[in-house]
Ligand binder design. Structure first.
Ligand code: 3HC
Length: 318
């Protein structure tokens, strides 16, 4: 069979699997565009988890109680684990973790825009858990059905922990809204600063998304950016109202006919400025990541040397 015939035969089998909701596994044939799409999305997802540790890490030493400190440390550790889990899943596509990190450091790979905003008060830690992890859950529950096996299984595991993240954030916001006038003001201020950047987490509108059409065709993305954004708004507005927080959008309005909320215009100029590296904290986030990666070189060297010696001993014993 010539190459062309081979390619078409493999493509037909790949498309049959996608249609039949069968997972594509690392050893399966896949179109290179499918592989490249997943390398991009999964590695950027992993970067987001790890860089997302920084804004929250900023408050570990300033947590208001031992209990809240323990919860925050547990959450940050979870995020690091999610990153490692996603790097491992992404490596099954044939690219090393070192290469992913190199692309990040060279500015050739993105991470979620949301992590380029500062955490100015303890209420920000509540807003991040409740809104940012809440948005991540909406996106990641949908990704549990993604067509690539390792990614789908990683999502199932990660979503279980995200629910705890979202709950602990909402608890912080509840406590503050049941607190003093100053605490209520602090919670509302955090809501005002984190609401719109959380909506931006779902990406540009469906009309402006260059990757969505392909992602939906290959069932990498199961629901569109706008659909997931709507799901998040629908889920969150009631929670805000229940504890007395005001959603900072005067155009937010329940549309009975459409059965969803109409909402105001997202500042897409801000979104593109942030994802082009010109957000409030982009420079600091990347510099911190590069510095800690360099400082951690000795750990990676030690682990590699340990594995090399272990292999040598194994050979000796055979
Ligand atoms: N931040 C940074 N870049 C973004 C973005 C955001 N919020 N939204 C979109 N983009 C980028 C895309 O990466 C793409 O750029 P690229 O082609 O150079 O990669 C461009 O903007 C166009 O966007 P598209 O919608 O066409 O791109 P996608 O189809 O990839 O959809 C996405 C974007 C919805 C973010 C999708 O990539 C996705 O679902 N990724 C997995 C989930 C994820 O990464 N979540 C990030 C948060 S992780 C997190 O919150 C951790 C939690 O524990 C706190």
């Amino acid at each position: 069979m010539d190459n062309n015939e081979d390619y078409n035969k493999n493509l037909l089998e790949f498309e049959r699997k996608i249609e039949a909701e069968e997972k594509i596994e690392p050893r399966d044939w896949m179109p290179d565009e499918y592989r490249q799409h997943l390398i991009r999305q999964m590695s950027q997802h992993a970067h987001s988890e790890v860089i997302g540790m920084q804004p929250e890490g900023n408050w570990v030493n300033r947590a208001p109680s031992l209990r809240s400190k323990k919860i925050l440390i547990a959450k940050i550790q979870d995020e690091g684990g999610h990153g490692l889990y996603l790097y491992s899943a992404a490596e099954t596509l044939g690219v090393s973790r070192d290469q992913f990190v190199k692309w990040l450091h060279e500015g050739k790979a993105k991470y979620s825009s949301i992590f380029n905003y500062p955490t100015l008060s303890w209420a920000d830690i509540g807003a991040i858990g409740w809104l940012v992890d809440g948005a991540a859950i909406v996106n990641q529950v949908s990704l549990c059905r993604t067509s690539y096996g390792p990614y789908s299984r990683a999502m199932v595991r990660i979503c279980k922990e995200e629910s705890f993240h979202q709950r602990q954030g909402y608890e912080i916001m509840c406590d503050m809204m049941n607190g003093t006038e100053d605490q209520r003001k602090m919670a509302q201020d955090a809501m005002n600063r984190w609401w719109w950047p959380s909506l931006m987490m779902f990406g540009p509108t469906d009309n402006d998304s260059p990757n969505s059409q392909r992602a939906m065709k290959w069932k990498i993305k199961r629901e569109s950016n706008d659909k997931l954004r709507q799901k998040f708004i629908y889920k969150t507005v009631g929670q805000a109202e229940f504890i007395g927080l005001t959603v900072p959008d005067p155009d937010l309005n329940w549309n009975e006919e459409a059965q969803h909320y109409d909402f105001g215009e997202i500042d897409w100029n801000e979104f593109y400025e942030v994802i082009k590296g010109r957000g409030p904290c982009n420079k600091q986030r990347l510099e911190t990541h590069i510095k800690s990666h360099q400082e951690g070189e000795w750990v990676r060297d030690t682990a590699r040397e340990y594995n090399r010696l272990k292999q040598e001993v194994k050979k000796e014993l055979v």
